[in-house]
Design a protein around this ligand. Sequence first.
Ligand code: ASP
Length: 321
Amino acid sequence: MHNAHSIIGFSARHLLSVTDLNRIDIDLLLSLGESYLDLSVQKDSKNSVLAGKTLVNLFFENSTRTEKSFELAARRLGAHVINMSIAQSSTSKGETLLDTAATLNAMSPDLLVIRHGASGAPALLAQKVSCAVINAGDGTHEHPTQALLDALCLQQALAQDGRQLDGIRIAICGDIMHSRVARSNIHLLKQLGCEVRLIGPPTLLPTDADRWGVEVFNDMKTGLEGCDAVMMLRLQIERMGGAFVPSKREYFHFYGLDREKLDYARDGAFVMHPGPMNRGVEISSDIADDPEISLVTKQVEAGVAMRMAILYALSLQGGNT
Ligand code: ASP
């Protein structure tokens, strides 16, 4: 199906941020991810490119889909997986992380996946261990594998009509301020030639957002005009020090995606959400569950394929591997 030659030119040693990837790396991961998507529908397929390798999933924050997605991706490629979920102590975050890094390094894993509540924690860890480190979400900073899987998923959906990512208009809506998914997606989508819009209430938009090379809107109807895809984000209440919106009901009225608001986007616009969804807050069930427009389930499928691509690409980059 593919071999090491298919990713010659891949330059990243770790995946800490989308900015670690150049355009060649991104294109390689997208095409490898696409081939893994095809492979996952062939039930009896065997692939053991990571046989004998060990992946450690180190999660300091709760996760349902991301942790399982990495686990499944690694197992499908024949790797051993160790899951470590660590309750975060707010008083000794830095200390815990470095102690854990030293312990893990002594065990010589080949790939280390980390999710942490503090922005920059994966980058710190990457300096302390000798294997490839993958950021599975750090604070409000980045979630690079989510952005890559989103790009793969949207690319596949557009290809059904013979379209491509380059030149499309996409709106990222809601709680941009606390969203690592938004930060990674903005950078990646712009690299891929998309026109990116941000829509949200002023309280949930970073004050410097207009310097990110995107157009910023406070009104859903104006912002959604002509959009080919709409990415909805969860209100990240756990990252808010106080109330950023008057009430969830009022939030849905102004910013929740329903049919009426979606009508302002382009006909047939795709709807995405990284999950977990808060139905009736940022998205109505009727939109989330409409298979004609909602890519939510397909995003999960693309997640496993894209993570297989990332693990494989990084496993060829040296270190313990
Ligand atoms: N699952 C995504 C994240 O970890 C989005 C979310 O939690 O709302 O950032």
